[in-house]
Ligand binder design. Sequence first.
Ligand code: FAD
Length: 533
Amino acid sequence: MVFDFVVVGAGSAGCAIADQLSADGRFNVAVVEAGGSDRRLAVKVPIGYAFTFNNPAVNWKYWTEPDPGLGNRRSYWPRGKVVGGSSSINAMLYCRGLSQDFDDWATAGATGWDWESVRPVFEAMESKCRRGTVTEPSGPLVITDPRASCHPINAAFLRAATEARWPVTDDYNHEGQEEGLCYFHSTTRNGWRWSSADAFLRPALGRGNVTLMRDRLVSHLCLDGREVTGVVFADGSVLRARRETILCAGAVGSPVLLQRSGIGPGEVLQQRGVETKVALPAVGRHMQDHLGITYFYGATVPTLNSDLYPFCGRVKAGLQYLLKRDGPLSLPVNQCGGFMRSSAQREIPDMQLYCNPVSYSSGGGGEFRASIDREPGFILGFCPCRPTSRGTVELASPDADAAPLIQPNSLSTDKDLEDVRRGGALLRQLTATPTMREITKGAKSVCPDTLDDEGLVADFRARAGTNFHPSCTCRMGRDESDSVLDARLRVHGVSGLRVADASSFPSITSANTNAPAMMLGRRAGSLVCEDHA
Ligand SMILES: Cc1cc2nc3c(=O)[nH]c(=O)nc-3n(C[C@H](O)[C@H](O)[C@H](O)COP(=O)(O)OP(=O)(O)OC[C@H]3O[C@@H](n4cnc5c(N)ncnc54)[C@H](O)[C@@H]3O)c2cc1C
């Protein structure tokens, strides 16, 4: 089997790149995906998030190594193993990131990835939608502003923000309006999840020059000297690429595939029984991720608990969804939040806040198995935007089925610890407002109001978890001493090979990583087409 391009991973970036390559019209493309079909109710219905979170049929279900910064806890790391990748199981919050994030990429050596260069890519891929009507049509990725269907308690969160003299913003994805609380936009369309597969892969498959191979686990790359000529599947069969192989296996999958192929840090490969073919020390290093924490509160007013706890409420919500594609089942649970500066001295927002109209009890054990609380309640949380701790992803063994070793090294810098204190202080400002006092009926967990700064840090170490944004494990940069890719996503010292996914980010963006991963895939597609003109 020979194709012009072999794309490994039908995730956020992989689907976007396949679309660009197919739209060019000159090439045939194979997209190889370890997971299966995304035609599942739990993938398509937004509330299905709770069911895909632990489901091995669509999820790699990784666990980290004991993380010293988190009291040696192992953390559960879901990643999408299904067509659409993590965009088929994520929480659907759509955020481009801050313009400064991309200017920082360019400064780090990713020439051509500055904000002015990537903004048109975002603009061309998005179409904005309200109440089921596309208001700003442009590209295939539908972004819904769900405010009309959001739970009324979200309006109270926004009122509280105004009382705290915080900005309230209409569209945090609009340049100049990033700061403030807001309704979060989502990758949904008419009450359905709108994944990268929906936006990009299905149109590409319709053109007839893209072949999707599902349930095919890639083991490693075919290397002829320093040239990649295709991939080897776990069953030993081979798929050849006439022009290039493009890894889009995600921030965990891509570095492990490189390492299993003998491309990576020599000492790690040697320890794990893999012959070093191309020594590239940065493969699997420099990993960044967002850590977040949630605090649970009782409410004096109805919240989503009041709709979804009673059996009759669930029946009503089900009917509302079936008949009108509206109501709580049609929405992601992150409905309100935003980006704030944790002090006036910060030049750009450095904290993402979440205000969720629901509270739940978790079954514990790391894997989130929530049951909604009977009494009304809500959640407040924060997540520092630009952590400086760096982790690693390493292969555990040459075996294609072996789970990788993930060490996040969370909270390993003073700056990250200071961010935790600042995040707690911000939430204290919000909970002190008249509106929050009025709607709060006591805290159901420890909360910033009852913790001093060191208590905040101790609680964060004990309870904080990933916001599911690992990135930078094959980052773009200037040279092979501390990066894996050049600014055109080509692997240093290897021909016929690129990596294009969240692993390619030079540094983590300030917010949720699905949008930048899709943007990167789309722009990667254009770069590849240019290079094969
Ligand atoms: C539970 C969860 C919630 C999230 N919530 C949000 C959110 O609300 N908003 C947001 O912006 N971001 C969110 N994210 C993060 C975001 O979805 C990811 O950053 C983004 O999807 C990453 O895209 P990617 O292309 O790098 O990787 P992925 O989309 O993960 O794609 C990688 C693909 O490669 C495949 N693959 C891996 N290894 C192999 C192999 N060896 N052979 C064949 N195929 C392989 C995988 O199965 C997968 O389909 C969330 C992520 C998760 C897991």
